[in-house]
Design a protein around this ligand. Structure first.
Ligand SMILES: Nc1nc2c(c(=O)[nH]1)N[C@H]1C(S)=C(S)[C@@H](COP(=O)(O)O)O[C@H]1N2
Ligand SMILES: [Mo]
Length: 202
């Protein structure tokens, strides 16, 4: 004899454990952008690492696709309270970008810079050790323009506004310089598990 609820797993128990505080699960993939997807001319696309104004390394699209590639599967969390489980991304790990450039991170912070004038600040310690990639593919297909294609940052353990779309480069900075949303009341780090949504959240 079995009693319902006694055998098998309680539906939703898994989901509850995977949801940071204040979040709910969605099956959709909402689009959140300041404006329309910028038109990007792939013949002139470049991805550049900079230290302040000084270029450290730069790749065109063909060169970028030849860098070592990795796949990451897991959950993403937007500050507007949706979370999406089991997303699959492919691209170039931040660690592999530094290795290809032959450098160590010159400072402890950077600004991710986008083609639509968006930027967002991230501590380097949140990007190293397999924590972040520049993603070119989502769910096995090239990243759609509205989700940041051809290439976006993916920092899945921080709120999704840190995952800058239409990425054109990463600029190392001496100090932690606020980006677009951080200048407008959002948290400098944005850890969903600590619910770091707004500037003054711990
Ligand atoms: N360049 C750029 N990156 C961006 C944004 C943007 O407007 N421009 N919006 C951010 C915000 S607020 C969120 S929540 C996520 C949304 O990504 P999605 O549209 O793929 O869901 O992208 C982030 N990256
Ligand atoms: Mo957002």
């Amino acid at each position: 004899m079995t009693t319902r609820g006694f055998t098998g797993r309680r539906p939703g128990a898994d989901a509850a454990l995977r949801l940071p505080p204040g979040q709910h699960e969605t099956d959709d993939f909402p689009v959140l952008s300041l404006g329309p997807a910028p038109v990007i001319d792939m013949a002139n696309w470049r991805f550049t690492l900079r230290h302040g104004a000084r270029p450290l390394a730069s790749w065109n699209w063909e060169q970028f696709l030849a860098l070592p590639r990795s796949t990451w599967r897991g959950d993403i969390h937007c500050v507007t309270t949706w979370s999406k489980f089991d997303t699959v991304w492919e691209g170039v790990m931040f660690d592999d970008l530094l290795a290809a450039a032959g450098i160590a991170a010159p400072t402890g912070f950077l600004l991710a810079q986008s083609h639509d004038e968006y930027d967002t600040n991230i501590p380097v310690a949140d990007l190293t050790g397999g924590q972040a990639m520049v993603a070119t593919h989502f769910g096995g297909a090239p990243l759609a323009p509205e989700h940041g294609g051809p290439a976006r940052l993916l920092v899945p353990h921080l709120y999704f506004w840190k995952s800058a779309k239409w990425l054109r480069g990463l600029k190392f900075t001496e100090r932690d310089e606020a980006g677009f949303w951080e200048l407008r009341g959002y948290h400098m780090r944005g850890d969903p598990w600590r619910e770091q949504r707004y500037t003054d959240d711990d």
